[in-house]
Design a protein around this ligand. Structure first.
Ligand code: PLP
Length: 444
């Protein structure tokens, strides 16, 4: 059972300094206890040699655990919508991608249960050879119809959908242009492909054009972008990306992991929001966010999916998505389409929480994306705040370098249609109280 704690009680309760001075004092006190940003510079203990020496010299997690501010791998004992139980303690989760509350929806569970009983717990093989069940092809047809695409391939994870698709398309002479904030699975796909990758500055369309121009003699070009960036909640500038793709003869592949179910007509994503669906060559999505499960897909023209189906290692050499997951996702997709009130509620919750954070003095993105990062800056302070939030009954996620640039550490909060008004008020209240306590915001 986690007990409320403090590392620096004496300063937190002192209110004589203005916020920024108090914050500086707190940060330097914390850094004396836990120098997260520089902990990787500490020499390994010297006894271990060879390839594994780095493991024994990797001390940051141990240090953070000892201080009680380690935020990762928390064991969730119970979950229901936006509520979790961790260490025997109930908390409101703002660390979830269950945007439409479908992960625990009874109709989804029932569909999964029926498939589980009929087909068993797994497919015990790759889609390619013996793991394609009629459930998979049915879901593929439903997604294609929903997105107005010729064809879809359901894969075992969203990560593999990106990795497999990119690595088999990006040939030796081709060049990929990838936003610097793109998801790791896009990076990995590029890294294992024989072609070259250019990373353009995040959402910087001038830089993208500069890169495209520099490679105008290359015939095979592809622009890769998340449509909603998973850490910042920024929306990609698809209108300009599509225009540049036309001007420079590039293919466009989008990752709608956080766009699907959130934005656009019926939740079809950012491409729909901008009315650009017909301009997108490859649409990648996941089932692990709005659809509450696991799995990913790629939708495109049939000739393109047919090629990927026979060439993508990450699809061919791995076991198929289990029947219960496929059936649950299929039911979830139908609910998402037939109950638009879920998306509406999500939008209302997002608007409410953003307004609340903005009024307190936190910088938030002025869009309808339910990913609301609260940038704190120093990593030790961020980890400490996160721990205090947990003690207040708020379970949030933390992003530190290298996931975000150094000194840009953030509490990544995200919201769902399942959050109630009182949950959101409690989240805001806790941020307000602790933000003032740690000198992050002024006492208002
Ligand atoms: C933008 C983006 N793309 C791809 C993925 C990978 O999806 P999955 O979790 O389904 O493997 C994620 C998940 O974190 C993501 O945020």
């Amino acid at each position: 059972m986690t007990k409320p704690f403090s590392l620096i009680n004496e300063l937190e309760n002192q209110d004589t300094d203005p916020a920024h001075l108090k914050r500086n004092k707190i940060v330097s006190l914390l850094k004396k206890k836990f120098d997260f940003e520089n902990s990787h510079l500490k020499p390994p203990n010297g006894k271990e040699k060879g390839i594994l020496a780095k493991c024994f010299g990797y001390l940051a997690p141990d240090q953070a655990k000892e201080l009680g501010i380690y935020p990762y791998f928390k064991e969730i004992e119970e979950i229901d919508g936006s509520r979790v139980v961790i260490d025997g303690k109930e908390a409101i989760s703002v660390s979830t991608n269950n945007y439409l509350g479908l992960a625990q929806e009874p109709r989804v569970i029932e569909a999964a249960r029926l498939a589980l009983e009929k087909f068993g717990i797994g497919c015990t093989g790759s889609r390619f050879l013996n793991g394609t069940f009629n459930l998979h092809t049915n879901l593929e047809r439903e997604i294609s119809s929903f997105l107005n695409r010729e064809d879809t391939i359901v894969m075992s994870t969203g990560f593999q959908a990106n990795q497999g698709t990119i690595s088999c398309l990006l040939g030796r002479k081709d060049v990929a242009f990838s936003d610097r904030e793109n998801h790791a699975s896009i990076y990995e796909g590029c890294a294992i492909a024989p072609g070259k990758t250019i990373r353009y500055q995040h959402n910087d369309m001038d830089h993208l054009e500069y890169c495209l121009k520099k490679h105008s003699d290359v015939e095979g070009k592809i622009i890769l972008t998340d449509t909603v960036f998973s850490m910042s909640g920024d929306i990609a500038n698809l209108p300009v990306i599509v225009k540049l793709a036309k001007d420079y003869g590039a293919t466009v592949m989008i990752d709608e992991a956080h766009g699907l179910g959130i934005i656009g007509e019926q939740g079809r994503g950012v491409a729909s929001y901008y009315n650009l669906e017909n301009e997108i060559d490859l649409y990648m999505g996941t089932f692990s966010k709005s659809l509450g499960s696991i799995g990913g897909f790629i939708s495109s023209k049939s000739k393109i999916t047919e090629y990927i189906r026979h060439k993508a290692s990450a699809f061919i050499f791995t076991a198929a998505l289990p029947p219960a997951s496929v059936a649950g996702v299929t039911e979830g997709l139908n609910i998402m389409i037939s109950e638009p009130e879920r998306i509406n509620r999500l939008r209302e919750n997002t608007a409410f929480i953003k307004r609340g954070f903005f009024d307190m003095g936190f910088q938030v993105n002025n869009n309808s994306i339910p990913i609301v990062p609260i940038t704190i800056g120093e990593e030790a302070l961020t980890l400490y705040l996160n721990r205090l939030l947990f003690d207040e009954g708020i379970f949030a996620g933390v992003a530190v370098s290298p996931v975000v640039p150094p000194l840009n550490a953030m509490i990544r909060t995200s919201y769902t249609s399942a959050h109630k008004q009182e949950d959101l008020e409690k989240v805001l209240g806790s941020f307000k109280k602790l933000g003032a306590k740690l000198g992050i915001i002024s006492k208002g």
